[in-house]
Design a protein around this ligand. Structure first.
Ligand code: FMN
Ligand code: SF4
Length: 796
């Protein structure tokens, strides 16, 4: 019976196939197509896979770098992102993925729109006008005029007939405000307060904060997610430009060109709310007269607004961003009554839609081609040559040089640190010696990028350095930077030879740089050739401590291993980070989080550090748990907690930072204790390892990785690092099959942390002489030079 059934089975199967082969074949084909499409789509996404090392407690996780995070005008070598293969990077030829940028161009035709005067949003019976004076200044002229103007307007608003409708003006420096607070939408206020913007601006043909401001206005206008006139809620605006006719005699040659540009963008952003024409003045001749006339005009406009007369009807074109030749196209009458006909203007290039509005003849049978995706964007302009970041002629160069920086090329800087001077005189090294064994007189502090994408409240840059979200400057070669910074450092060391107290043996040692802290100011990983520069340093057996601001995930992911990699953690949450770092990137928090994830993935290939800078009133209170969350996310080898150093600049002042915001050492210590407790509650295995009380700095470390025989071992074996880096000795990082693929931070752990540096012992090397500032410090204790004026070691 069973045998009979088995014999007929092949026939039954054949019959089944004949009956159902069409649906079966179709299903198989559909499945194949679906699989193919999925594979295709996945391969199109740019992913960076940073595989965690074997035996790591971390789950395998992919970090996706958004296309907009990839550096502009540069290429990214994807295999270099694989941390396990970095040792082979030089040998293996790698395919270069070009990052395509820029919108797709869609051609169409512009339908000319009917212009109506902007509707007034001001009810003079109930509303009040809040004038806001914005200025930007590098060498102080504009700031001076802005302060004076604000004072005059304040007196006027109080005394004039319309005082009930006019609030006292407020002044803002464009270098320190958050653009989005004022130029994305009008600032938040009660519904009866309407804002009037007054902008006073110089022009610089070198790169300054103004370039960034202009870029921001343009981006806001062109952002398809934002209304093209998001500032239409203002009651009006007016711009005054300061320029120098001696150097830039005409408009064509650039006289007040940036004020003109701002005026145009404000017209677009406000929906044509220019309340008074752009004023311009030559700082070497007529500026006072021109500014006086313009101010009177602005006051008149304010009176008209306050009385409910709005901005007036205006002739056609009133408030437009740029001048048009409309009137030339009409037949105008001159005073003698004779008609004058002008030639119609030819459209020669793709231009701004609004500008084109006035150029398009509605009766023309041939529409003008319009790029609907870009306004007067960089792409539609002839490509201008990149500028120098800090040219020799710039006030920034002068200011930085005055502060003791040597500027190398046009975007790098080096400065001799006060601790280097102190160590040369045997008066102690900085915390890097106590924690890691770096003697300050052997250390150079430098940066290959004086520019940065943040405007931190505690920054030392005095608000004058260029800022930017992308690298857009002339780029110096890494060997030129290396030669320049080392030569400048040695030169400064040599200048110390006549200083009383300098120890001969330390002076001789200092003539061989052994460490480089890439942390001075600016953002070192912004420099497109940072990896080459680091490689040169390592080849010269100079250790690298690199501090980045957690805003450039793509560059961080592609960075070669350094001796110690830092990420600045200036706040524990998005809101606080925005207030303290004032980042330029709108997606700063996503960038920050991506950097933490990258740090976590790289923690088994190099020493990773969180640097917390505590600013009382900004990022300390109630934030311990938030910081613990971040530590849990990135699991850095170390957490350095430091009290902010007060730099007393106007930048700090304008951010509301005073000496009151500098925490006492006891406060820093209490914070660290609370953080250590929180981390221990979570079972993360961190302990307080060391301290350097006189620079207000405490070190937490992962005790499972940086303790030897139950004792802290936070110091570094630098020679071992070079040997590992050069492949002279084998590391212990292995893959799943147990093959060695690189080294681990544990492979170059140095000696045990000295007793005097441990938590509770202060952190001052007893072999050095402690010197207190005049009037400070306990009486009698090594206070040998306490009364000398030249003593610069300050207890903070
Ligand atoms: C390096 C440099 C570049 C300048 N470029 C221009 C320019 O392109 N057009 C212009 O009209 N004035 C230019 N000026 C003149 C400044 O705009 C003018 O001195 C202004 O008052 C400076 O204002 P501030 O002191 O507030 O920074 C330049 C000045 C310097 C120092
Ligand atoms: S990240 Fe550094 S250089 Fe940049 S603004 Fe902040 S403190 Fe200054």
């Amino acid at each position: 019976m069973l045998l009979d059934r088995l014999l007929v089975l092949p026939n039954e199967l054949l019959l089944l196939w004949h009956n159902h082969r069409v649906p079966l074949l179709l299903s198989a084909l559909s499945l194949a197509i679906i699989v193919h499409v999925i594979v295709y789509l996945r391969s199109r996404r740019q992913k960076v896979l940073v595989s965690p090392p074997p035996s790591s407690p971390v789950e395998k996780k992919e970090i996706e770098l958004r296309p907009e995070w990839l550096p502009e005008n540069t290429t990214i070598v994807v295999p270099a992102l694989n941390v396990d293969n970095h040792a082979d990077d030089v040998a293996v030829p790698v395919p270069v993925i070009k990052v395509k940028k820029g919108p797709k161009t869609v051609k169409g035709k512009k339908v000319p729109k009917q212009r109506t005067p902007p509707a007034s949003n001001f009810d003079h019976k109930t509303d009040k006008i809040q004038p806001l004076v914005f200025f930007q200044s590098l060498s102080g002229t504009t700031e001076c005029y802005a302060t004076q103007l604000a004072k005059t307007l304040t007196e006027w608003t109080v005394g004039c007939d319309q005082s009930a409708s006019l609030l006292e003006p407020q002044t803002h420096d464009l270098s320190y405000i958050e653009y989005d607070d004022y130029f994305l939408t009008p600032p938040k206020a009660d519904s009866n307060t309407k804002h009037f913007y007054i902008l006073l601006l110089p022009t610089y043909n070198i790169d300054t904060v103004l370039d960034n401001f202009l870029e921001n206005l343009q981006e806001t206008h062109n952002d398809f997610r934002i209304d093209t006139a998001p500032l239409s809620g203002l009651v009006g605006y007016s711009v005054f430009g300061f320029g120098d006719k001696e150097g830039w005699p005409t408009e064509e040659e650039g006289f007040c060109s940036q004020a003109r540009e701002v005026d145009k963008w404000m017209a677009r952003l406000t929906g044509r709310k220019r309340a008074y024409p752009l004023g311009i003045g030559d700082v070497k001749s007529d500026v006072d007269a021109r500014l006086g006339e313009w101010r009177a005009g602005v006051q008149e406009a304010l009176v008209e607004l306050a009385e409910g007369r709005g901005l007036g009807e205006g002739v056609p074109g009133s408030g437009d961003p740029a001048e048009s030749d409309d009137e030339d196209e009409d037949v105008a009458e001159d005073s003698d009554g004779e008609g004058i006909t002008s030639k119609p203007r030819k459209a020669t290039r793709v231009d701004d839609l609004e500008d084109l509005g006035s150029m398009v003849n509605s009766e023309s049978p041939n529409p003008i081609p319009v790029d609907f995706t870009s306004y007067k964007s960089k792409a539609s302009k002839p490509v201008s040559a990149p500028k120098e970041m800090v040219p020799v002629t710039s006030p920034t160069h002068a200011a930085l040089t005055k502060q003791g920086y040597s500027i190398i090329g046009s975007h790098s800087g080096v400065k001799i640190c006060r601790w280097t001077k102190s160590a040369l005189r045997g008066r102690g090294s900085c915390y890097k010696y106590s924690f890691y064994g770096i003697q300050s007189h052997l250390c150079m502090e430098a940066t290959p990028s004086l520019s940065c994408s943040n405007k931190c409240v505690f920054c030392w840059r005095h608000g004058t350095n260029p800022v930017g979200t992308t690298w857009r400057w002339i780029t110096d070669a890494p060997d030129l930077i290396y030669d320049g910074i080392t030569a400048a450092h040695y030169k400064k060391i040599k200048m110390m030879k006549g200083v009383p107290g300098v120890r001969a043996e330390r002076f001789a040692e200092a003539m061989r740089i052994r460490h480089c802290a890439l942390s001075l100011v600016g953002e070192p990983i912004f420099y497109p050739h940072i990896n080459e520069l680091l490689a040169i340093m390592h080849a010269n057996r100079i250790s690298t401590f690199l501090v980045c601001n957690a805003q450039h995930p793509a560059q961080l992911a592609s960075l070669i291993p350094v001796t110690q990699l830092y990420v600045s953690i200036d706040a524990s949450n998005k809101d606080s980070l925005r207030k303290i770092d004032r980042p330029l990137h709108r997606d700063f928090w996503e960038r920050f989080c991506a950097c933490l994830d990258i740090l976590k993935q790289r923690r088994f290939e190099q020493r990773t550090v969180f640097r917390l800078t505590l600013v009382k009133g900004f990022n300390m209170a109630e934030e311990v748990r938030g910081y613990a969350d971040l530590v849990e996310r990135a699991l850095p080898g170390f957490v350095e907690v430091k009290g902010v150093t007060y730099c007393g600049t106007s930048a700090a002042g304008s951010a509301g930072l005073t000496m009151q915001n500098v925490p006492f050492y006891e406060e820093v210590a209490a914070f660290v204790t609370a953080l250590a407790e929180e981390l221990s509650k979570r079972g993360l295995g961190y302990g307080i390892a060391a301290e350097h009380a006189h620079s207000c700095c405490v070190l937490l470390a992962d005790e499972r990785r940086f303790k030897k025989n139950g004792r802290w071992a936070t110091r570094i074996d630098f020679e071992r690092f070079y040997e590992l880096n050069e492949g002279l000795v084998e590391g212990t990082r292995t893959d799943e099959q147990g093959r060695v693929v690189g080294w681990r931070p544990e492979d170059y752990v140095g000696e045990e942390t000295p007793e005097w540096a441990l938590w509770g012992n202060g952190g001052f090397d007893p072999r050095d002489v402690r010197v207190w500032r005049k009037g400070k410090g306990p009486k009698g204790e090594n206070n040998v030079e306490g009364t000398k004026e030249d003593v610069k070691v300050v207890e903070i």
